[in-house]
Design a binder for this molecule. Structure first.
Ligand code: SIN
Length: 332
């Protein structure tokens, strides 16, 4: 593991994208793993539109959704090598590069997406955008998806219902610990493999946002979805720091503006797209949406929250405290 991280960090320093010339625009690839009709999918398309409008003839942005170009396992390395210029992995997928960003994986940390937003916009959240600079990666923005829901082929109403089941998780040790705390078995799997794993029963359940559960059709192979809102799936748009810092100033400025606009679009549509996805799943009648009573919810919190103490040293108490404080509505 250490060796491969070192290798990635070294190649980051070498990678550059082809410069723009008078004849040909600079081709910038944006690779991600979800569908176009999701918050990230929509924001990537908006980024392309605005960047090409602001920098006519200077840049051409190609968006590759659905792991078409690179899946979870390869996308950071692809940025390091200069094979792709923009990616927006889920915040759970930076585990190998820094433990700090794992703060977002702590179960029942944020009350809602508004709290996540306040944390990301505050000093601590903005600092995390630069937390992988020593590895050669720079975070340009956070993009929202939404809160996670738990699914399986049986109702998950109390923690004991999850006991003995195998759950697909993203590549995060905190998410592994979260399911171990339920006496369930976590299985790290790339996003592109989840549908099939659920279909053939390699895993029994998973956790994801409404928009991912709908657009990837997970609901078609899961009989029950609990509206647990127990965690968050959001993204960091990441670039190769050396490449970004070496861009001609006009191009960097145009891309920065396009990123800010796309981020605004993402934040505007994320809640709506997740709500629509939930309604479509409900209307399909294929999967039953389970609601928790306040008492049942308390049981999930009690079962999962001990995970915080295990990771406090690696993440840092200051970061966890700042995240908790973001549940207050006043601006920090
Ligand atoms: C994503 O939303 O980018 C994928 C999340 C997952 O791997 O579950």
């Amino acid at each position: 593991m250490r060796k491969s991280l070192f290798a990635v960090a070294s190649i980051v320093a070498l990678a550059v994208a082809a410069p723009a010339s008078a004849q040909s625009p600079m081709v910038l690839k944006f690779s991600h793993v979800v569908a176009d009709n999701t918050p990230k999918g929509q924001a990537a398309i908006k980024f392309k539109e605005i960047a090409e409008k602001l920098l006519p003839g200077k840049v051409k942005v190609e968006v590759y959704p659905n792991s078409q170009l690179f899946g979870d396992a390869k996308e950071m390395e692809a940025v390091a090598l200069g094979d792709v210029q923009f990616i927006a992995p889920s915040l759970s997928k930076f585990d190998k590069f820094t433990k700090k960003i794992q703060v977002f994986d702590l179960p029942f940390l944020f009350n809602d997406l508004a709290a996540v937003d306040r944390f990301q916009e505050g000093k601590a959240g903005q600092g995390l955008l630069k937390s992988m600079e020593s590895k050669g990666f720079l975070g340009l923005a956070y993009w929202h998806n939404g809160m996670k829901q738990l699914s399986a082929n049986k109702p998950l109403l109390v923690p004991a219902d999850a006991k003995g089941l195998k759950f697909r998780i993203q590549a995060s040790d905190i998410l592994a610990a979260q399911f171990q705390a339920l006496d369930a078995t976590p299985q790290k799997l790339a996003f592109s493999e989840v549908y099939q794993a659920l279909q053939v029963g390699t895993v029994d359940g998973q956790e994801n946002t409404w928009s991912n559960i709908f657009s990837q059709k997970f609901y078609e192979v899961q009989k029950n979805i609990t509206e647990s809102n127990h965690g968050v799936i959001d993204y960091m748009v990441v670039v190769n720091a050396k490449w970004w810092n070496g861009l001609p100033k006009d191009i960097q400025a145009g891309l920065t503006t396009a990123m800010a606009e796309a981020t605004k679009v993402n934040n505007d549509v994320a809640g709506k797209l997740n709500e629509e996805a939930k309604n479509k799943i409900e209307a399909s009648g294929v999967s039953k949406i389970e609601q928790l009573t306040p008492e049942q919810r308390k049981q999930w919190v009690a079962a999962m929250k001990p995970v915080w103490a295990k990771f406090e040293g690696a993440i840092g108490k200051d970061l966890i405290d700042a995240a908790v404080a973001s549940n207050e509505t006043k601006t920090k």
